[in-house]
Design a protein around this ligand. Structure first.
Ligand code: GSH
Length: 256
């Protein structure tokens, strides 16, 4: 365990895809950390004490020796910057690093927002349906980043058109990954070594599998091989500790 970098406290939620990126990185770097688990449906992320940590009212955030760092893709690169020799996850060559960051930007632009729509429709919607309209509007209003998203969903859920658009974006992401894996010759997106690009897309692919949609990449042989390699590591097991999958919490998903 690498403990000479001081103390890390991760504010996260087990099923949060963004939190899973950070947990994977901390485990990969063998950093000792404590976790504060927030209940996102009880509104822990919107309490004043957490908003003082992350004014966006979302997880994850990390406290490193009293310094607060927010946003998953920023946190994982911060964990690289504090000790670049500690089980590196970022290539040293500037052009390779730029390539990796361009992949991450694509994932954050295309796949990240898309995975939210099926996640809410298929798993989270009942939380909102059990509220009165007034309660729902108050919850939406209280979200610094997700007010418009929730209002668009309403208590009836996203439309089929929205669902189709998001699954087609995940499919396009898998197509991109297939090409990148072909160029790099795998097993990882940049080639021989795992990098932050793999870690950033991993939770989204896991989520879509959990929601019963592996068909979105099933015809892409390289993506399937990549996913097999990712899923068979100890670090993956540690990251996806008990309770990390939606199907464990929402039993109707495992009956699909
Ligand atoms: N860009 C942020 C997004 C974080 C985010 O959206 N977190 C979700 C969980 S994956 C969250 O906390 N949602 C709580 C809410 O919507 O109230 C990051 O990558 O850290």
């Amino acid at each position: 365990m690498n403990s000479n970098l001081g103390n890390f406290k991760l504010y996260n939620a087990l099923q949060s895809t963004c939190s899973q990126r950070v947990r994977y990185t901390l485990h990969y770097k063998d950093l000792d950390f404590s976790m504060e688990i927030l209940d996102l449906f009880s509104g822990d992320q919107l309490k004043p004490e957490y908003l003082a940590i992350n004014p966006n009212g979302v997880v994850p955030a990390i406290d490193h020796n009293g310094k607060i760092i927010i946003d998953s893709s920023v946190i994982i690169e911060y964990l690289e910057d504090i000790d670049q020799d500690l089980n590196p996850l970022r290539p040293r060559k500037p052009e390779e690093c730029a390539n990796m960051r361009a992949m991450i930007r694509y994932f954050d632009e295309v796949a990240g927002p898309s995975v939210r729509i099926p996640s809410y429709n298929m798993a989270f919607l009942p939380h909102f349906q059990s509220m009165s309209e007034q309660e729902f509007l108050a919850v939406a209003e209280s979200k610094p980043l997700r007010k418009e998203f929730l209002l668009k969903m309403g208590r009836t859920g996203f439309s089929d058109k929205d669902m189709n658009e998001s699954t087609s974006k995940i499919k396009s992401t898998a197509d991109r990954m297939e090409n990148w894996l072909k160029e790099s010759r795998g097993p990882y997106l940049l080639g021989e070594n795992i990098s932050y690009a793999d870690i950033c897309i991993m939770p989204i692919i896991v989520r879509m599998q959990d929601l019963g949609r592996p068909d979105l990449w099933e015809t892409k042989k390289r993506v399937c091989d990549w996913f097999d390699v990712i899923q068979t590591s100890d670090i993956y097991e540690q990251t996806y500790c008990k309770g990390s999958l939606l199907s464990e919490v929402y039993p109707h998903l495992s009956k699909k």
